[in-house]
Ligand binder design. Sequence first.
Ligand code: C2E
Ligand code: MG
Ligand code: MG
Length: 680
Amino acid sequence: MDDSIVMHSISSQELFNVKVEALQDFHIPVWVFDVDMLRIVWANAEALQFWEAESDTALYDRDMGSEMSSSVRNRLNQIRNDCQQNSKSFSENWTVYPKGKPQTAEVVLSIIQLACGRDALIVHMLFEDHESSSETLHSAQALMHTSAMISLYDRNYQLVYSNPAARAVAVSEGQSLGALLKHRQDLDIIQKQLDKGGECMVETEVVTNQGVVWHSMSIQLSPDPTTGKKSILVSATDVTERRNAQQKAYVLAYSDSLTGLSNRIALLEQLKRLCNNPTAKFSVFFLDLDRFKLVNDSLGHAIGDSLLVQVAQRMKTAVAHRKAVVSRLGGDEFVVVLDGINDRDASEDVAAEILFALEKPFNIEGHLMRIMPSIGICQYPQDADNSTAIMQRADLAMYAAKASNNAYCFYHSAMNQNNADRLALENDLIVALDQKQFEVYYQPRMCAHTDTIMGMEALIRWVHPERGMVNPGDFISIAEETGLICKIGEWVMVEAMQQQKIWQAMGFDICVSINISPVQFNAGSLVDIVTKSIESSGCNSDKIELEITESMLLGDANIVFETLNTLTDNGVHLAIDDFGTGYSNLAYLQKYPLSVLKIDRAFLANMKQTAILEMILRTGRVLGLTVVAEGVETIDQINWLKKHECDELQGFFFSKPLPVEQATEFMQNFTPSFATDKAA
Ligand code: C2E
Ligand code: MG
Ligand code: MG
């Protein structure tokens, strides 16, 4: 027997060409591991005990490779190579699992040559003092049993090690960090953070064998405990349930329950976020539906709600191809935030897209209705530099659009002043009636066939003590919003009716028409007021015409029908004013006792597009209505209208609205065939 070697197995004699006998008496486990065969080929008594082996042959027969991951195999090969190259020993902490129980210790590894010439590893196991070894043991146990998913990746994000919890959800063995993360850009974020501070926290979606879930990950650069190389330690917990609950709470808090759009809170947060970015540029479109309240009041909230839902859908679709978010503030107010764009031309394109989307009539439970949106546009940063000012200014621009009858309007600084103006006007309006600041002007309406005066339209004027003449366009909407229109409208009615009586007494056989606001119509007392006014003024009701608008016919059909019939029973005639701008529903025209259709002057303003004008004229004729063209300003318009058999004409061509004395003079001095004279 070779005196240099004490062997435990006969075959071992051929295995070593170095002395290992001294190792037999070591009080620590020592064994020789054949990295190629993945077997222990020699072990001392302590090692047998450590591996809980009945005999050395039983231990040598154990297939150590069966439960060894490929990364451990690779690691062992690598250590052998390192030791061969450096002829040095190597030390690191290992956790070994004799009979499945984890044992952690520092191991010292070095090369030993087998008799056949191949190199094997000789392993010395150094347990630390009791306390610290139990600590390592405990941490290894914790690693095995914790529900936290712990993985170690190399610098290329390839998996080096994962604990059972992480392995349980992996889609494949050795799933890399890149394959785990659902969003590839997360990897770049992690990389940047690690480069900066060596650690980071990420909460993101990951791909597991249970599908895509949310993981909260604590990530840090740390040396691989076995190789000492820099690697990435990831400790993750599944936070899907919390994320889902948060998501639900978020949806509730940040979305509008009717339309599903973002709500006011979400919008304000979005604006604040954008304003915090010094390089941001964006445009805000504040949209309001004119006369929506009327739909709600007359057709009921369910129809109003359905209309809003359809409006929301169309708006979303209209801007879907852009970086835009549509929100609903409440009521009929919508806001579109367009990120990245703040130049005028591009914003105009977007406004046109939104308007185009809302142009076609909406069909709500068989009610065909058009809406007329007004859009105010405010741009960041040139118009306002904070979220509150942006909203306020977009709102102002929207009001300016409404007031100017334009579909959209850009904010400009004069509007802030206008807002203060509006408040002042509102206060002044309250006392205007008592202080007799109103006057009624009259504008003549001519017969297109006989060139004679058929009637006079009563149009209110406010002679403000400081501002001078204020036009109805500047105060009727305020009077309507404050409810003052009912008293003001009643005053106009009595004035106009008294004037009819006076003119009749003077021999002018003309009709006086009076504008009725939707607010007066919906107040419920209109019939009483008309009846009383006819009585108190002593007018000839057959010569009184009330101008109502299409929107008033939208309400409960029975109530509308009864109101209109009672009015005509009183002898007055009914005209539809501004026809063509609202719902233009011909069914309404047929159903109710109407005599006159006044075509809105917008249609006359564009004589290049006469198709609609022709259609309205034809419809009026078929329904037996007297058709009046408003806004007649030129002889060409007159000639066209005469040719197309329009019945009556009203406009600046004949006369502007005049104070009562001048209107009387106009009638006194009037000579027929004016049109021929002027044309000549
Ligand atoms: P409206 O009832 O459609 O009245 C016609 C408006 O068109 C008048 O404006 C008139 O001055 C204007 N107009 C008439 N011919 C021409 C023309 O050839 N060219 C142009 N550019 N404009 C023309 P006004 O007097 O400023 O009244 C505006 C609106 O205010 C009226 O439109 C009516 O809706 C409302 N309004 C006026 N008076 C009263 C009133 O007493 N009560 C109510 N509720 N509304 C009134
Ligand atoms: Mg009118
Ligand atoms: Mg009109």
